[in-house]
Design a protein around this ligand. Sequence first.
Ligand code: SF4
Length: 85
Amino acid sequence: MRVTEIFHSIQGESSFAGLPCLFVRLTGCPLRCAWCDSEYTFFGGTEIPQDAVLETVRSYGCPLVEVTGGEPLSQPEAFPLIARL
Ligand code: SF4
């Protein structure tokens, strides 16, 4: 799957705000919202096998993971990734 970045930070949104969180930012989005602040995710990224993505996630030992983008669900592989997470 195509990945823009995987990074550890603090969740800033939702009922999980303030908790340590691992972000998996997938590349690509078919939409073009006027307010988008993530245009850098539309293109590029790195092709990484799903097993390797999961291995990287595991290596952080962080129980909270967010799959984001771009629009992560534009990649069909996002669905099995989320199920496996
Ligand atoms: S990344 Fe999000 S905000 Fe930006 S165009 Fe896609 S759906 Fe809209």
